[in-house]
Design a protein around this ligand. Structure first.
Ligand SMILES: Nc1ncnc2c1ncn2[C@@H]1O[C@H](COP(=O)(O)OP(=O)(O)OP(=O)(O)O)[C@@H](O)[C@H]1O
Ligand SMILES: [Mg+2]
Length: 642
């Protein structure tokens, strides 16, 4: 007997313990899902067997038809879910059942609150899986054998779902897995064949393997249902997506979604289509109602399930949709790809490229339909996934125009952070003589909304888009125009608002002459910090602001790149001053060179702060400011004396 053949008791990974505890307490209201999860695992195991048997037919042993069996033993108070799928080795049992090795585990635990409803939702998204058995069972036994191993390599795993579990090597004649649930005392209602059939039909009808139960009949002597020896198939066992739309009910679409997306809630929207032509394939795509907790995690499980002629090939086939559509769940079933397609082949295949292009278009149409016909749903969609879709406006050159129409931004029109302004809506409201779509980017909504750069626009009543999502910088760097109108940053380059407020422009020219002396003095004091100094009509309330060169990087983008650890060639910004402002007017008459220098630096520094930037030398700023305040206080010392 080998060492591993002995029985060992192992402790669950800490996360498993926590998950088990949470699951039993927060998901009790949804306890029926245990059956869906076990059937789903059995179905996965059958799919994996079929897939591996394509290259190694011996794995089928003499039993080539994967199926699932559900049985009840009223005396023993057990429910058993059995499959003849791929099974597990002893090592696999320990790895797969005793630990959680999913990506996003850390994020998941970090997001847990003690709010039961919220946690239940999170657990649902994370995937309750096998452990959901413990919602209804106080002891679970799993007996399994990996396909291709001999009968003495069976494994028996057992746990009460608390701190530990046992594993031992046992004999198992048939390959595959039996999961035996010893029901908790209060779960007697589940010991009914009728009840189990009801749950299976509700949650598992779309499973493509047959789910079998023993037929029952009414025994009038015993006055109860008794089991016969005859098998009965409970589900339709035909791939849902392969049926025609008219044969699929709304509820079936929803249950299938919950299965593929591991979600508790119904989807927000879906689209189902069969594409015929040079390539034939079926697409069934869903948009969830809520973003998964790990949407921003780089290792986020993404992609859709790939089938080839109804045979399951792989989960998370990320080649089938681009990253900016990573929130889509669903399946693609191809008639043309080879069955032994691997991830590498997917990357290179031109057929896959065709499917991908068509899939992107299909999803964009679905989103367009929401935008045009289902405003509420579109609002939900945008809140959850808008920032992800925006990536498409920069990444997907081929569909940029279509995506641009779907974008929504906050704007000075309502001045709230709600992103509900479309570019088309903006263009429709453009003023006479306005030829650009104006926007500002900032580190956050308040920084954008309160930026001094907006002052003149507010005064002239010109709407400006307020962009504060990180991705916005990328969007505007590639989306340079919309319907022939250029997108123009209000913080870049010189402003020509002559057509919108002609007066202001003329005035500016006069002022420039009038202020040449001041501008030159500022320039020489700030030569290391500003590439130029000029008088602006951009400002009404603030004394100064920074702008970047027409073709340069915005100061906001520069900060983002620096924060990401990139080496940015630091182009110096242009300092613009407001000639109307009392501080600027006073500065003009300042003859003390030292004080002039202090004030100039303060003007520069506060312009930097006002747009959310950071000072390279904050201590000097504070020192200069204090000095100025003291000087002022000296003049009006009453402020300082009580
Ligand atoms: N019937 C089974 N046959 C073979 N392996 C199984 C079976 N049930 C579970 N497993 C293994 O245990 C792992 C964990 O199962 P679990 O249901 O908890 O998670 P999952 O199926 O991977 O993900 P999820 O159910 O959340 O989609 C599976 O990935 C699989 O490797
Ligand atoms: Mg599972």
């Amino acid at each position: 007997m080998t060492e591993t053949a002995t029985k060992e008791t192992l402790g669950f990974q800490a996360e498993v313990k926590q998950l088990l505890h949470l699951m039993v307490h927060s998901l009790y209201g949804n306890k029926e899902i245990f059956l869906r999860e076990l059937v789903s695992n059995a179905s996965d195991a059958g799919d994996k067997l079929r897939f591996e048997a394509m290259t190694d037919a011996a794995l089928f042993e003499s039993d080539p038809d994967p199926k699932i069996r559900v049985s009840v033993d009223v005396q023993a108070r057990t429910i058993t879910v059995s499959d003849n799928g791929i099974g597990m080795s002893r090592q696999e049992v320990i790895e797969h059942i005793g630990t959680i090795a999913k990506s996003g585990t850390r994020e998941f635990f970090a997001q847990l609150t003690s709010d039961r409803a919220k946690d239940a939702h999170l657990i649902g998204q994370f995937g309750v899986g096998f452990y959901s058995s413990f919602i209804v069972a106080d002891r679970v036994t799993l007996i399994t054998r990996h396909a291709g191993l001999t009968p003495e390599h069976g494994v028996r795993w057992e746990s009460a779902g608390e701190g530990d579990y046992t594993v031992e090597t046992v004999r198992k004649e048939t390959r595959g897995t039996d999961v035996i649930l010893h029901l908790r005392p209060e779960e007697d209602e589940l010991l009914s064949g009728m009840r189990l059939r009801e749950i299976l039909r509700k949650y598992s009808d779309h499973i493509t393997l047959p789910i079998l139960m023993k037929k029952e009949r009414w025994d009038s002597d015993a006055k109860k249902q008794i089991q016969t020896d005859e098998d009965e198939q409970i589900n339709q066992a035909s791939a849902l997506w392969a049926r025609s739309k008219s044969e699929i009910t709304e509820e079936q679409y929803q249950e299938f979604y919950k299965h593929v997306a591991h979600d508790f809630e119904p989807p927000l929207a879906y689209t189902h289509a069969r594409v015929e032509g040079r390539q034939e394939f079926t697409q069934l795509f869903y948009i969830p109602q809520r973003a998964p907790f790990d949407l921003w995690d780089r290792e986020h499980r993404r992609g859709i399930k790939l089938y080839v002629r109804r045979v399951f090939i792989m989960d998370d086939a990320e080649q089938l949709l681009p990253p900016y559509l990573r929130f889509i769940r669903g399946i693609v079933d191809s008639n043309d790809l080879p069955l032994n397609v691997s991830r590498e082949i997917l990357q290179q295949s031109r057929d896959v490229q065709t499917i991908r292009n068509a899939s992107v278009k299909r999803v964009l149409s679905l989103i367009e339909d929401l935008a045009q016909n289902h405003a509420d749903k579109f609002t939900t969609f945008w809140k959850e996934f808008g920032r992800v879709l925006k990536e498409g406006a920069s990444d997907d050159a081929g569909n940029r125009e279509r995506i641009a129409k779907l974008l929504r931004f906050a704007s000075t029109k309502s001045d709230t952070d709600e992103q509900n302004v479309s570019l088309a809506g903006y263009v429709g409201r453009m003023k006479d003589g306005q030829d650009a779509i104006y926007y500002i980017t900032g580190d956050n909504f308040s920084a954008a909304k309160n930026s001094p750069h907006l002052e003149i626009f507010r005064k002239l009543g010109v709407e400006v888009l307020l962009m504060s999502d990180r991705v916005d910088e990328w969007v505007v760097s590639l989306l340079t125009e919309f319907e022939g109108k250029p997108l123009q940053s209000v913080a870049k380059g010189g402003l020509d608002l002559s057509k919108l407020g002609g007066e202001a422009e003329k005035q500016e020219e006069q002022q420039t002459d009038e202020h040449t002396g001041l501008v030159e003095r500022l320039q020489s004091v700030l030569k290391d910090r500003a590439s130029a100094v000029r008088v602006t009509n951009r400002l009404t309330d603030s004394p100064s602001c920074l702008v970047s060169d027409e073709h340069g990087m915005s100061t906001h983008l520069e900060r983002m790149l620096k924060a990401a650890g990139q080496n940015v060639p630091g182009a110096k910004p242009i300092l613009e001053i407001n000639p109307q402002h009392p501080i600027v007017q006073r500065l003009k008459d300042e003859s003390d060179e030292r004080r002039f220098s202090d004030w100039s630096h303060i003007l520069f520094d506060q312009a930097m702060l006002a747009e959310g930037g950071q000072l390279e030398d904050p201590a000097s700023f504070v020192k200069r400011l204090n000095e100025v305040m003291l000087t002022l206080a000296g003049g009006t010392s009453r402020i300082w004396t009580p």
